[in-house]
Design a protein around this ligand. Sequence first.
Ligand code: SF4
Length: 77
Amino acid sequence: MNWRQSARCRGTDPELFFPIGSSTSFATLVQSDEAKAVCGGCPVSRQCLEWALDRPVEGVWGGTTETERRAMRRRRA
Ligand code: SF4
């Protein structure tokens, strides 16, 4: 995973990317949007997303939430 060396989230609080609570709660949605904003300018977001799509990881990866990745996996299947 050497793409992580170029990750924009390096140096940011990792907890931002792992909201706690219901995925539909307002606080979780706001936190997810803040994490996605970091991902939005990340030069390795595509690699990060592909990595996360291959694993059942929680949190925001590649600008997507776990729920969004689950839907992407279903569409790919
Ligand atoms: S896409 Fe987001 S979570 Fe993935 S490396 Fe970049 S900033 Fe970090």
